[in-house]
Write a protein that binds this ligand. Structure first.
Ligand SMILES: NC(=O)c1ccc[n+]([C@@H]2O[C@H](COP(=O)([O-])OP(=O)(O)OC[C@H]3O[C@@H](n4cnc5c(N)ncnc54)[C@H](O)[C@@H]3O)[C@@H](O)[C@H]2O)c1
Length: 388
C-alpha cells in the first residue's frame, strides 16, 4: 500500500488512539485531532480510565519510538469550523476518520445540558467536516463512525443499506432505512447519517458510514505495552457492557446485566474493529459514493456475556457472581435481532478474536491496576435513568 495521509478526528479516544497506531505502523502519515473532551467528561462523572494512559505528548513520543514515522496529535475542537478548515487545508488528507463525538448514551440522558451538548457537539462537528470537504474542493474519503444503535431493535431484519423499498397505499418508492434510536446520543448518529447521505447526494462526497456495535477489549496488534495503552472506561456512564463486567469481576463485585438481560447486540473486539477499519480505509467506495457498513462480529445477549465473563474469571481464580439489576434504560429486554452484514465479508474480513478470548485478555490486563480502580467502585452501578 502507498503511504497515505490519514487524519483521525478523536485520535485521543478509545478507538482513535489504536487506529492512529495502526495507520502509523502501516507506514502512513497520521494527524490526530482531539479536544480532550472525553478525558474531562469522564472526570466530571467522578471516574477514570482503568488502564493508565499517557498525556497526548507522551503518547505521541511512545508511538514515534515504537513505529518511527510521522504522527502528530493536535488539541482542537472540530465544532470550530475555522480550526477544522485550517487543519484539513494544511494537511490535505487522503482519508479523514471521524470519531470525534460525545459517545456515551447515559451522558446524553443526564439532563438538558448534557443532551444539548451531545446534539451540538456531534451534529455540528459532522456538518463542519462535510462543508470543509466541499468548500476546500477536496476528494478525501470520510470514514464516519456511527452505531448499530441507530436501528434500535426492529422486528424486521436490519438491512445493510441506506435505502429500502416501500409500498404505501399501493404506491412504491424508496425511503431511507428506518431507524429508531434509544438515546439522544444514538439519535445524533441518525441525524449525522441523514446529513452525510444528503451531502453525498448534493456534492458527491465519498463516504463510508459505519454502523458499529459495542467494542470491547484492551489490545490491538499495535498495543503491547503500558506506554501504548488506550483508555478503558468502566463506569455507568462511559463503560460499555463487556468492559464494565470485566472491572466488576476484577473488583469482586457482581456482574450486573440490566433488566431481564435478553438485550442482544453485535459485539466486536478492539482488534477486529481496527482490522475492519483498516480494510475500509484501504478499500474506499467509488469516488462520490455513500457506502453504509454494518460492523459487528458476534451477536450475544448481555446475559450471555455475563456468563462468558464469569467463566473466564473462573480460569483466573476469580469467583464472579451475576446479579440482574433494574434497567435504567428504556429498551426491549427480549427481542428479535438480525442485522445483515455483507460489506466486510466481501472485502475478505475474518474474525480474529472471539469474545471469550478477548475477555480473558482484558482480565489479565486489568489485574495489575486493580488497586488504582478500587476507589471507583461507587461509579459502576447505574444511577442515570432514562425516565426519572
Ligand atoms: N466504543 C464503542 O464501543 C463504539 C461503538 C460504536 C460507535 N462508536 C463511536 O466511535 C467513535 C469513537 O468512540 P470511542 O469509544 O473511541 O469514544 P471516545 O470518547 O473514547 O473517543 C472520542 C474522542 O473524540 C474526542 N472529541 C469529542 N468531541 C470532540 C470535538 N468536538 N472536537 C475534537 N475532539 C472531540 C474526545 O475527546 C475523544 O477523545 C464515537 O463517535 C463513538 O460514538 C464507539
Amino acid at each position: 500500500m502507498d503511504k497515505k495521509k490519514i487524519m483521525i478526528l478523536g485520535a485521543d479516544g478509545y478507538l482513535g488512539w489504536p487506529l492512529s497506531l495502526r495507520m502509523l505502523a502501516k507506514g502512513n502519515e497520521v494527524l490526530g485531532i482531539d479536544n480532550m473532551a472525553t478525558r474531562r467528561s469522564v472526570e466530571e462523572v467522578g471516574s477514570t480510565s482503568a488502564l493508565p494512559i499517557g498525556s497526548p505528548e507522551n503518547r505521541v513520543k511512545a508511538a514515534r519510538k515504537k513505529f518511527g514515522g510521522e504522527i502528530n496529535l493536535i488539541n482542537g475542537d472540530i465544532t470550530n469550523h475555522d480550526f477544522l478548515y485550517k487543519s484539513i487545508k494544511e494537511f490535505k488528507p487522503d482519508t479523514i476518520v471521524h470519531f470525534a463525538e460525545q459517545r456515551s448514551a447515559p451522558y446524553s440522558m443526564i439532563d438538558v445540558k448534557h443532551a444539548g451538548y451531545t446534539m451540538t457537539n456531534n451534529i455540528v462537528g459532522t456538518i463542519n467536516l462535510i462543508y470543509a470537504i466541499k468548500d476546500l474542493g477536496l476528494n478525501s474519503h470520510i470514514v464516519k463512525m456511527g452505531t448499530m444503535g441507530e436501528f434500535g431493535t426492529p422486528k424486521f431484519d436490519i438491512p445493510e443499506a441506506a435505502f429500502v423499498d416501500v409500498e404505501i397505499n399501493g404506491k412504491k418508492d424508496k425511503i431511507t432505512t428506518p431507524k429508531w434510536a434509544g438515546s439522544w446520543y444514538h439519535w445524533t448518529k441518525v441525524h449525522d447519517t441523514n446529513n452525510l447521505l444528503f451531502a453525498s447526494r448534493l456534492w458527491g462526497i465519498t463516504t463510508t458510514d459505519i454502523m458499529q456495535g459495542p467494542v470491547y477489549g484492551t489490545r490491538s496488534s499495535e498495543i503491547n505495552s503500558e506506554a501504548l495503552f488506550t483508555r478503558f472506561d468502566f463506569d455507568e456512564i462511559w463503560g460499555t457492557v463487556v468492559n464494565r463486567y470485566c472491572v466488576e469481576a476484577a473488583l469482586g463485585e457482581p456482574l450486573t446485566p440490566y433488566g431481564k438481560g435478553g438485550q442482544v447486540r453485535g459485539f466486536l473486539s478492539l482488534q477486529d474493529s481496527m482490522d475492519a477499519l483498516t480494510l475500509l480505509i484501504e478499500n474506499p467506495p467509488e469516488e462520490g459514493e455513500y457506502r453504509t457498513v454494518n460492523q459487528f462480529m458476534e451477536l450475544l445477549s448481555v446475559n450471555e456475556i455475563a456468563e462468558i465473563v464469569k467463566a473466564e474469571s473462573a480460569k483466573l481464580g476469580i469467583e464472579a457472581t451475576i446479579k440482574n439489576v433494574e434497567n435504567p434504560r428504556v429498551e426491549a429486554e427480549q427481542h428479535y435481532y438480525n442485522p445483515e452484514r455483507k460489506v466486510l465479508p466481501s472485502l475478505g474480513f475474518k474474525l480474529k478474536v472471539k469474545m471469550k478470548d478477548g475477555v480473558g485478555q482484558i482480565l489479565k490486563d486489568l489485574m495489575p491496576y486493580k488497586k488504582n480502580i478500587e476507589k471507583y467502585r461507587n461509579v459502576i452501578m447505574p444511577k442515570t435513568k432514562w425516565k426519572a
